[in-house]
Design a protein around this ligand. Structure first.
Ligand SMILES: [Ca+2]
Length: 355
């Protein structure tokens, strides 16, 4: 969990990056190898030949099953072409249409060509261009080069999204932002050329309430010339006006507050986290104080768990700590083991014997 958390929220930029060739064996093993695939055959190492053999044998053990690669040109910008290669598995002539029941990954490979030359390939699951993003060829980052925005969905019930920004310049600049289950969108936030990125943080989905009751606080990213980075100035928000603060207090107080359970109202967690992410710790503490029911124990323990344990494991904790005037320290040594499924990440203290 901690390692996974550290992997979140990390943007990376790389130039002309080539993935390993491990995934090519499946392509080679397909029933319809396309010409561009064949050039990888000579560089296949023996281990891959073994894998390929295993793959073919697994196919052979399933009568009526065959695999095809469907190729689709999803974007053309100048000399650049973006082509997806989708692995489709057929059984008795019927396409598997359920990614959860499919016995084999329906992976998609994104191949980028400049002219006739392949310059990059990216392995993914469901790779697509979303209409909600600026259309291919838009200079999204503001550096003067056209960009192509690609979404890769990893499959599964709750996970995970990676967003790629391909900057079509020499050499190709690849920016990737992994948001897990968090959202991702572009917005104009600073009035300068290029768009900023707004994401929501899925860091709390394995915390107090589990996924359904989890808060997804916002934070913003700024382009620095080669990649996007979380940015405290863009993320900082004005404190809530008094009337809005009181409205939210009332709304949360009117909601369900199970006194005997560690579950906390989602709206309570959402407002609290949004305030802290906006750099308004004092108002967040006021909000907790104003909403927490008098008969429910554990308020101080919750604040300690949040600020001294949970948030300190977040990859953007240094930014959040600095924005709120808190020391940038690692989680307290006596923080509970927060492995999901083994321990409740936070629990209210044992009930006092006061009837
Ligand atoms: Ca650009």
């Amino acid at each position: 969990m901690a390692a996974a958390a550290q992997r979140r929220i990390i943007a990376s930029a790389s130039i002309g990056r080539q993935k390993g060739i491990a995934f090519h064996d499946k392509v080679i093993a397909s029933t319809k190898p396309d010409a561009p695939m064949r050039r990888y055959v000579p560089i296949a190492i023996p281990a891959l030949v073994v894998l390929t053999g295993a793959f073919l044998m697994s196919c052979a053990s399933r009568p009526g099953e065959r695999t095809e690669i469907e190729r689709e040109e999803i974007a053309v910008v100048g000399d650049y072409r973006f082509v997806t290669e989708q692995t489709v598995i057929y059984e008795d002539g019927v396409e598997y249409d359920n990614i959860y029941k499919s016995p084999m990954r329906l992976e998609t490979i994104l191949v980028i060509y400049k002219g006739e030359q392949e310059i990059h390939r990216e392995e993914g699951w469901r790779i697509e261009i979303e209409d909600r993003h600026p259309k291919p060829g838009t200079d999204v980052t503001g550096d003067g080069s056209p960009d192509v925005i690609i979404t890769d969905y990893s499959g599964g019930a709750h996970c995970c999204f990676t967003y790629y920004i391909f900057e079509l310049r020499e050499p190709l600049n690849i920016i990737s932002i992994y948001t897990g289950d968090g959202s991702f969108s572009f917005d104009e936030l600073d009035g300068r050329p290029g768009l900023e990125v707004v994401t929501t943080d899925d860091f709390y989905t394995e915390w107090i309430n589990g996924y359904v009751g989890a808060p997804f606080p916002h934070f913003m990213w700024r382009y620095n010339g080669s990649t996007y980075e979380p940015d405290p100035d863009l993320t900082r928000q004005q404190p809530l006006k008094e009337a809005e603060f009181q409205r939210l207090v009332q709304q949360v107080r009117d909601g369900e507050w199970p006194a005997s359970e560690s579950y906390l109202p989602r709206e309570f967690l959402s407002v609290t986290l949004e305030l802290i992410y906006g750099g308004n710790l004092v108002q967040a503490l006021d909000f907790i104080q104003a909403t927490w029911p008098a008969q429910k124990p554990g308020q101080a323990e919750f604040v300690a768990e949040l600020l001294q344990c949970r948030m300190r494991d977040n990859a953007i904790w240094p930014m959040l700590a600095e924005m709120n005037g808190l020391p940038v320290e690692k989680a307290r040594s006596d923080c509970r083991d927060r492995e999901i499924g083994e321990h409740k990440p936070w629990a209210i203290p044992a009930a006092k014997d006061d009837g």
